[in-house]
Write a protein that binds this ligand. Sequence first.
Ligand SMILES: CC(C)(COP(=O)(O)OP(=O)(O)OC[C@H]1O[C@@H](n2cnc3c(N)ncnc32)[C@H](O)[C@@H]1OP(=O)(O)O)[C@@H](O)C(=O)NCCC(=O)NCCS
Length: 380
Amino acid sequence: MSTTARPDYSPGLEGIVAGISQISDIDVEKSRLIYRGYDVHELAKQGSFEETAYLLLKGTLPTESELSDFSAELNSERSVPDFVYEAMSHVPKNAHPMDLLKVGVAVVAADDPDYNAPATDHDANVRKAVRLTAMMPALVANGWRISQGNPVVQPKGGLSTAANFLYMLEGQEADDFRVSTMDTSLVLYAEHGYNASTFAARVTVATLSDLYSGIVSAIGTLKGNLHGGANEKAMEMMMEIGEPSNAEAWVRDALAGKKKIMGFGHREYRISDSRAGIMGEMGKEAARRTGNEKWAEMADIVEKILKDEKGLFPNVDFPAAYAYYSLGIPIPLYTPIFAVSRITGWCAHIIEQLDNNRLIRPKAIYEGESLRDYVPIDRR
Ligand SMILES: CC(C)(COP(=O)(O)OP(=O)(O)OC[C@H]1O[C@@H](n2cnc3c(N)ncnc32)[C@H](O)[C@@H]1OP(=O)(O)O)[C@@H](O)C(=O)NCCC(=O)NCCS
């Protein structure tokens, strides 16, 4: 089947406008990403994940009292009902945490007090979005604990999303540096326009399906290696390279073999990924503080070769890989952490879609057989 571009067809929908949105924008020339008008660099350096979540879900930056109410609301909704953990405990232990997360979100849906609200009920959708944003850290951290045969840790009141995630994952409070690194990574991962998982979520709810179904579609889509799954694959690649001294030969070999290097390149950006710089600085600082300098050193070598040889730049997933590794996060949780953050962007898009809905239904060019006669089975 042909995947060549034609005047009426762009493979992978490259360059196709599929909607109008007020949530975020990428300035490709300047490599700048804005969430509702605010530069993600400023949000990452001066704000917090909770502020970003409020901005994405409600449209404006919160005042101090709004932020404090919102954080309290998140904290009051963080606990996941036991029956959800029970369902997750029946999933085969070899399941990837993203598959476990799909189960958790699918199972908890019917417990939402707004489960029976019409799909287009804006206020109910915002409430669902806040509840699910609040529960994601517990679903991921405790999903992992369950898969490892460890008991569930309940969320702790008064902790931020990042702090609570690390607390539930490790069973003890993390230090300020680890919390702030995690928090900043959540700000950077929160939203990115019509990326594949967000688009999948919009397509799902545009049928007037519900927010939870949209999120299950999105989680399944984020899992892929060309999307969110790239942060795990990038770390696996670095582990395979092993030492900085092996990096140059490994990358040249991979390029000669036409292999894709995970964590590099992007459909939208042309010069650099607006989020990769901050994630990289943070990742290098985390590596330095934790005795993981070799990954930072290896990253520099890999980046240089890919720039020189292919004009490719790291996307956010490459530095996220060594940042999370340096924080001691198990590799299979890198993509689920992305989901803990991106839930806010997904929900903002779902709400926007349902506020002004039209079914999303593109068409395909038919290249199959022309009309032919049906031959009864005894004469084929
Ligand atoms: C993100 C990505 C899917 C964008 O894909 P796209 O816009 O469809 O671009 P293509 O895959 O068609 O790539 C265009 C060219 O650049 C090359 N290229 C792009 N990303 C590459 C990578 N990471 N490693 C090696 N080559 C790459 C392709 O091989 C292709 O070269 P060719 O024209 O000689 O065949 C792609 O860059 C990629 O696969 N990156 C690795 C996965 C990843 O990090 N995903 C996270 C994105 S945030």
